[in-house]
Design a protein around this ligand. Structure first.
Ligand SMILES: [Zn+2]
Length: 164
């Protein structure tokens, strides 16, 4: 994660596309507006190359999470990926959960979140309200839903928030 930290220091948020490229993963956009398709990383044994397809029909925030999730598979499930060329689409929920966890940590690292709250003068012991969630989501370029889940994981108190 050193590279991720380095990028974050420069830009304030992690550039997941550049991070993927640093790991020699080619990132390719595909447009599938009517499918429940986020992204998929594959490995070609012949060329020994990783390719990640990402659904460009989704919002930038969702694409960033999808890319971070697939990077999680690369980091955590590379053995299966290298052997089979891809992971089962209906993979074990444990595998998917691990990749989601990795993505959340990559996009919203604990120290980064705490530093940001301190910088903007928010007392972390107070209730996190809508405006704070929005600012955090903006800062880290994630969806508000991802920001809320991550904040709760980190032990912050976020009451029920209706965004619709
Ligand atoms: Zn997955």
């Amino acid at each position: 994660m050193d590279k991720a930290n380095e990028i974050r220091r420069e830009k304030g948020f992690v550039d997941v596309v550049n991070l993927a490229r640093d790991f020699d993963v080619e990132v390719v956009s595909v447009s599938r507006p009517f499918e429940n398709y986020n992204a998929q990383i594959t490995y070609d044994k012949g060329t020994k190359k990783y390719v990640m397809h990402v659904n460009e029909a989704h919002s930038v925030e969702r694409q960033r999470f999808s890319i971070a999730h697939e990077l999680g598979h690369l980091a955590l499930h590379n053995k299966q990926l290298a052997q089979l060329g891809k992971l089962e689409r209906s993979g074990a929920s444990e595998t998917e959960r691990e990749a989601d966890e990795f993505a959340a940590q990559l996009l919203m690292p604990e120290q980064g979140v705490r530093d940001y709250l301190t910088t903007v003068g928010i007392d972390p012991k107070c209730t996190i309200d809508v405006s704070v969630v929005k600012r955090l989501a903006n800062q880290f370029r994630v969806s508000k839903q991802v920001a809320i889940i991550r904040l709760r994981e980190l032990g912050f108190y976020v009451p029920f928030i209706q965004f619709a």
